[in-house]
Design a protein around this ligand. Structure first.
Ligand SMILES: NC(=O)c1ccc[n+]([C@@H]2O[C@H](COP(=O)([O-])OP(=O)(O)OC[C@H]3O[C@@H](n4cnc5c(N)ncnc54)[C@H](OP(=O)(O)O)[C@@H]3O)[C@@H](O)[C@H]2O)c1
Length: 321
């Protein structure tokens, strides 16, 4: 496989073309020609070596774990898919990534691409879609009428979380800066807390929070939670230290706090596809770069600002598909 990645951990200057042999396609696996790859903060965190302990990669490493493309070949036991099918998926993070021309993945991790989406749109969904499904549905078990708080509704995770929570009938509030007010409103959110317009206003207390920020942003939001309510957090202590007052508040409110680390899962990908096809969930792509060394550098620079709206995607096609 020819891709974009690193031979050693470090800054953007380490991003280069990587050429490594493509794995053999096992009986339960498929070989996919990648058309587009989503970009997520984890990509540059891996590049910098921040996840070395959790994922002791052998370098060189192709980055990116989010893709859409077309199946080239299938293993002998794969019955659900055939060559020529368009699929979208998040592969196993322990292995080589998706900033590449092709990849071998277990068939159980992929789902058919939603009808009507471009490869770029489809590649924006797997990692954030799975994270949000696992946080809101599996951990939160969000139901119609629940009062739900999503931190950072304008980001890659938040923009999908708002839509999924609305699709399940929740009353949804999000935090963002005032410049993104219209952006999150367009995603269907019911109430916006603009963090740059003073401290959090009085609001009805929440049954569930999705924490995408950690640190003091998370600590401050805890005062808005009901007694015995639930929190799904996707931020580890490696990303942001939880302040002591937040730990005390969690105890006083007897919150059920669960950490979610995205699990690749073809069945969950199928739920995302159904929501898209039912027009309850739409991809939110705001930046597209070519899948080249220069394109990856630009994408990482943008993601590292922490100000991205929706998703950044790398495309292998020069014209829209
Ligand atoms: N555990 C897991 O499996 C998992 C999975 C996916 C992501 N993550 C992590 O989750 C985090 C979020 O991911 P992402 O893809 O959503 O990131 P992202 O797209 O880069 O998020 C950027 C957004 O965050 C908003 N933001 C920043 N500070 C804020 C604040 N104090 N209050 C409200 N909004 C704020 C920004 O809006 P403004 O410009 O308006 O501030 C911007 O729109 C990252 O750290 C990522 O690594 C973890």
């Amino acid at each position: 496989m020819i891709g974009i990645g690193i031979e050693q951990y470090g800054g953007e200057q380490q991003i280069k073309e990587i050429n490594i042999p493509t794995e053999q396609v096992g009986p339960e696996e498929i070989l996919v020609s990648i058309k587009a790859s989503g970009v997520n903060p984890v990509d540059w965190k891996v590049r910098k070596g921040l996840l070395k302990e959790d994922f002791p990669y052998e370098l060189p490493l192709i980055l990116g774990w989010d893709a859409a493309g077309t199946i080239i070949a299938t293993g002998e036991n794969v019955k659900k898919f055939q060559a020529g099918d368009d699929v979208f998926f998040r592969p196993e993070m322990e292995k080589q990534g998706t900033y590449a021309d092709e990849i071998v993945v277990p068939a159980r991790l992929v789902a058919p691409m939603p009808q009507g989406l471009t490869y770029v749109e489809a590649a924006s969904l797997p990692l954030v879609g799975l994270t949000v499904w696992q946080a809101l549905v599996e951990v939160g078990n969000i139901q119609a009428g629940d009062n739900v708080l999503i931190l950072a509704g304008s980001g890659g995770i938040g923009s999908i979380a708002i839509q999924l929570a609305k699709a399940r009938g929740a009353y949804v509030t999000t935090t963002t800066s005032s410049k993104n007010y219209d952006f999150v409103r367009d995603l269907g959110v019911d109430q916006v807390i603009a963090y740059d317009l003073g401290s959090i206003a009085e609001t009805k207390k929440f049954d569930f929070m999705l924490d995408t920020l950690g640190g003091s942003a998370y600590g401050d939001a805890l005062k808005l939670m009901k007694q015995n309510s639930k929190v799904a957090t996707i931020i580890s202590e490696r990303d942001a230290i939880k302040p002591d007052y937040a730990k005390k508040k969690e105890e006083n409110l007897q919150l059920k706090v669960e950490f979610v680390f995205t699990r690749p899962d073809g069945e969950n990908m199928g739920h995302i596809r159904e929501l898209v096809e039912a027009q309850k969930l739409k991809p939110v792509v705001t930046e597209v770069y070519p899948l080249t060394v220069d394109g990856v550098k630009k994408a990482h620079k943008s993601s590292q600002t922490g100000r991205t709206r929706g998703k950044i995607v790398l495309s292998r096609e020069t014209k829209s598909n």
